[in-house]
Design a protein around this ligand. Structure first.
Ligand code: ZN
Ligand code: ZN
Length: 326
C-alpha cells in the first residue's frame, strides 16, 4: 500500500491493527477471529478484521492477493541499473517525520536486497518534522549500533542525517555530531524562494562544507501529489554542480514521484559537469524504500554512467568516499 502511495490514513489503519494484535496471545486472536469479535478491540475495523481472520485460517488475505497482483515494478526502463543499486542514502524513521520505527525500515531494506540503508532523520531546525537535537541524535546512534549488532553483518544500517542547509550555507548540526555519522545528506527546506544569487551562495557554501556528501533534492520542487505543487528554487546550477564535482559531493536523484528532482535539464547539466550521483528513495515509510525504481529509470534515461552513481558502490567504497574530506 505504501509503495503504491495509498492514502496514509488507510495504511495507518493496518499498522494500528497490527499494534493491537501483536501483543495478544495467539489463542485469544484465534478465538476472536472464530467468534467474529475482533472488531471489539480498539483499532480493528471490518477490513482489518477480515485480513486477520483469513490469516488465522491459513488463507492469504484477499487484500494481499489483490495488492500482489498489481505489484510489479513501479517504473520501467531502469531495470538493469536498479539491479546494480546496493543501497539507499536517504530515509526517515519515526524519530523525525517518518511513520515507522527504524528497525522496520532496516528490515524492509534487507528484504529488498539492499546491502546498506542510511538513516537520515531531520536536523533540529526542522521543527515541523520533529528534527533531532544533538542529544536525540546521539541517542539514536546508540540504537543503530544495537540494531546492527542484532543483524550481524551482511546488511548495515548506516548512521546519517538529512541536515538543513541554513540561510547562510551552514549546516544545522554540530560539527562534532556530523563527524560521528557515516553519511550526510544536506538539503534546503526553508526560504526556497530566496533570490538566485543568495541561494547559489547558500548551496555552494553547503557543498564546500567537508561534512556534506549528498546534495538532497536540489530544487525543492513538487510536481504532483497531495502536498500540491511547488516551483523549483532559483540558483546558478552550473556553479552549484561545478562545486559538487570539485568536492566529490553527489547530486541526489530523489526518487519520490512528487519530487522528480533534479528536473531533467539540471540532471543532464550535472551529468555533463562530471558530478557523482546518489539514487535515493527519501522513504518516510518502509514500502517507499522501493521507489528507487523511479530514480533508476530517470538516471538511465539521462544516460548516467552507473560507475558515477555512488549507490552502486559496495559499502566499504561508499564509506571511504563519505569520509574522504573529514
Ligand atoms: Zn528533504
Ligand atoms: Zn528526506
Amino acid at each position: 500500500m505504501e509503495r503504491q502511495r495509498e492514502e496514509s490514513r488507510r495504511i495507518e489503519a493496518f499498522r494500528n491493527a497490527a499494534r493491537t494484535i501483536l501483543p495478544l496471545p495467539d489463542d485469544e486472536v484465534r478465538r476472536r477471529a472464530a467468534a467474529g469479535t475482533l472488531t471489539e478491540l480498539a483499532g480493528i475495523g471490518p477490513s482489518t478484521a477480515a485480513v486477520i481472520t483469513d490469516a488465522c485460517n491459513g488463507v492469504v488475505p484477499d487484500r494481499l492477493v489483490g495488492l500482489e497482483k498489481t505489484a510489479g515494478p513501479l517504473a520501467t526502463g531502469g531495470e538493469e541499473l536498479r539491479a546494480r543499486l546496493r543501497g539507499d542514502l536517504h530515509s526517515h524513521s519515526d524519530w523525525s517525520d517518518g511513520g515507522s520505527p527504524l528497525e522496520e525500515m532496516a528490515m524492509t531494506a534487507m528484504e529488498l536486497g539492499h546491502d546498506y540503508l542510511v538513516l537520515t532523520d531531520h536536523s533540529p531546525r526542522l521543527r515541523v518534522a520533529n528534527g533531532l537535537s544533538a542529544e536525540r541524535l546521539a541517542r539514536q546512534l546508540g540504537v543503530v549500533d544495537a540494531v546492527n549488532e542484532h543483524l550481524g553483518g551482511t546488511f548495515t544500517l548506516l548512521k546519517g542525517i538529512e541536515v538543513d542547509i541554513l540561510d547562510d550555507g551552514a549546516l544545522d548540526q554540530t560539527p562534532e555530531m556530523l563527524g560521528r555519522l557515516d553519511v550526510r545528506v544536506a538539503s534546503v527546506h526553508s526560504k526556497l524562494k530566496m533570490d538566485a544569487a543568495a541561494m547559489t551562495r547558500r548551496m555552494v557554501g553547503a557543498v564546500r562544507n567537508p561534512h556534506t556528501n549528498v546534495l538532497g533534492h536540489c530544487t525543492g520542487r513538487l510536481v504532483t501529489g497531495n502536498r500540491g505543487t511547488r516551483a523549483q528554487s532559483q540558483f546558478d546550477a552550473k556553479l552549484v554542480f561545478t562545486a559538487c564535482a570539485e568536492e566529490g559531493v553527489a547530486v541526489e536523484i530523489n526518487s519520490r514521484p512528487e519530487r522528480r528532482d533534479p528536473p531533467t535539464k539540471l540532471l543532464e547539466l550535472a551529468r555533463d559537469l562530471g558530478c557523482l550521483f546518489s539514487i535515493d528513495s527519501d522513504a518516510h515509510a518502509p514500502g517507499q524504500l522501493d521507489m528507487l525504481d523511479y530514480g533508476a529509470a530517470r538516471a538511465t534515461e539521462a544516460g548516467i554512467d552507473p560507475e558515477r552513481i555512488v549507490t552502486t558502490w559496495e559499502r566499504d567504497r561508499l564509506l571511504e568516499w563519505a569520509g574522504a574530506r573529514l
